[in-house]
Design a protein around this ligand. Structure first.
Ligand SMILES: [Zn+2]
Length: 475
């Protein structure tokens, strides 16, 4: 007789998420963490009818037994196993477990200093922090593989003990120079640097200043410049509802979208560019970078909403023989790019040219990790509105998400209600200093009661450090 594989788990439930929708399969699910005797496991529940059961079991700290679950390799942590719960799984209360409900389990997220986070960083760990915003380092729209657009802003933040890069998802800008309490942020690894990222469960609250002095930020992005030696530009077409289209003939009136099961007006189709560019620096080293749509459009003066042949864009990348392309980057991803005259070469940062190129595989992983993070965090499918222009829709989706997650307090929502403006501004991607940028975005807000003047001292300090070679905090 074959022994039937025992697929039964026991423990306490923590971190029961709201019900989410996986767009590709139109299926709903929610997640939880199961505190077992010797470990915590991630549980993915597809039987959403039982959401209330899981929620009450969490709140009541009920010991539960799940029978006939499916084990699946974890998408989040290599080597770990997710527990899948479907309609065939039975959910019962375990009589008694010989271990106790762990108050310190992930339900309770500790407030930590940046030093303690960086001292022993664990990816995906959730933490609460109180930090001062030193500068805005990056502002982009990221797109999931299912073409949900999300705005993201990266800030250098610091407390008295350390500095780190914080990625904030959503349409709202925060005020540089102010202190914020940020709950439920997730520790992430980019390249060799640990960063923090907000999650849908994050709350961001402006708080009174905590300290006069904060730790110096260790820059986790680098700047380099070089001659463009290879370049390729890809274009992706999106229907008005943001679905990817396989082929578009711009001279036709309408185009079939498989996912809409309908035709859409060809003039309403938008395009998204992605460029792969290799730069050769003065030492002869060739490094390959990925440049996303918004950065590329800014660099090559292609306004959003317009479409140019990809060959034309490649040509523009090569066009100026007297210029070098200067990029600010992290891993393979370019955060900003500009052409600089050859004479500027003397300002070249020595640390960047000596930085060994990380392997391609690693860089791809970074890039993937970014996309995956976006997917995992914001998989929820908001209802599509056919009539909305794409940008408005994306922003609305973002806002909905924010409202749902109450990511921001009222005070911070007031800050900069014009993400679209700042995105389309031709120099939004920082040919200017971060200080100017911040002033612009903060200054555009008439309703904010908060002083938008960033501390000059800190801005100076931060700019000076932009080119500091990243210290590897971790092996
Ligand atoms: Zn469509």
């Amino acid at each position: 007789m074959l022994k039937r594989t025992k697929t039964e788990v026991e423990g306490y439930l923590h971190d029961v998420s709201p019900v989410k929708e996986a767009a590709e399969r139109k299926s709903k699910y929610f997640t939880a963490s199961l505190q077992e005797a010797t470990k915590n496991s991630r549980v993915v529940i597809f039987d959403v009818q039982r959401h209330h059961l899981f929620t009450s079991a969490q709140n009541d700290r009920t010991p539960v037994k799940l029978t006939d679950v499916v084990f699946s390799p974890s998408r989040q942590k290599k080597g770990e196993t997710d527990i899948l719960v479907n309609q065939g799984t039975s959910f019962t209360c375990a009589r008694k477990l010989d271990f106790a409900f762990d108050l310190c389990s992930e339900t309770i997220i500790l407030h930590q200093t940046l030093q303690s986070i960086l001292h022993e960083p664990r990816e995906y760990q959730r933490v609460n922090i109180t930090v001062k915003l030193l500068c805005l380092t990056e502002q982009t729209e990221s797109m999931t593989r299912r073409f949900k657009k999300m705005e993201r802003r990266c800030y250098d933040v610091a407390d008295e003990t350390g500095g780190i890069s914080l990625t904030v998802w959503g349409p709202e800008a925060l005020t540089v120079g102010k202190w914020y309490k940020v709950t439920n942020t997730s520790v992430r690894l980019f390249g060799s640097c640990f960063c923090l990222s907000t999650s849908p469960e994050s709350h961001i609250t402006m708080v009174p200043d905590v300290a006069d002095e904060v730790a110096q930020i260790v820059s986790n992005y680098k700047t380099t410049q070089g001659e463009v030696v290879t370049a390729d530009v890809n274009i992706e077409y999106l229907c008005p509802k943001q679905h990817s289209l396989t082929s578009v003939n711009a001279s036709t009136l309408m185009t079939r979208c498989q996912q809409c099961s309908a035709f859409c007006r060809t003039s309403k189709i938008s395009s998204v560019y992605r460029a792969k560019v290799s730069l050769q620096d003065k030492c002869g080293t060739i490094t390959t970078f990925m440049i996303e749509d918004i950065v590329l459009r800014t660099l090559l003066n292609v306004p959003k909403g317009t479409t140019v042949e990809t060959d034309t864009l490649v040509g523009k990348l090569f066009a100026d023989e007297n210029s070098l392309l200067q990029v600010k980057y992290r891993g393979q991803r370019v955060m900003s790019a500009e052409f600089v005259a050859l004479e500027c070469e003397t300002t070249h940062e020595p640390s960047t040219s000596t930085t060994p190129t990380t392997t391609a595989a690693r860089e791809v992983t970074d890039d993937m990790s970014d996309t995956l993070m976006l997917e995992e965090l914001f998989e929820e499918d908001t209802k599509e509105r056919a009539s909305d222009p794409q940008n408005e829709q994306a922003l609305k989706q973002g806002e909905q998400k924010i409202n749902k997650a109450t990511l921001f307090t009222k005070g911070t929502i007031a800050a900069s209600k014009q993400p679209q403006k700042s995105l389309s501004a031709d120099n939004a991607i920082n040919h200017r200093s971060d200080a100017d940028k911040t002033k612009t975005s903060a200054g555009s807000d008439k309703t904010s009661s908060v002083s938008a003047e960033p501390s000059a001292k800190h801005l100076k300090k931060t700019q000076g450090n932009n080119n500091v070679k990243a210290n590897k905090k971790n092996p």
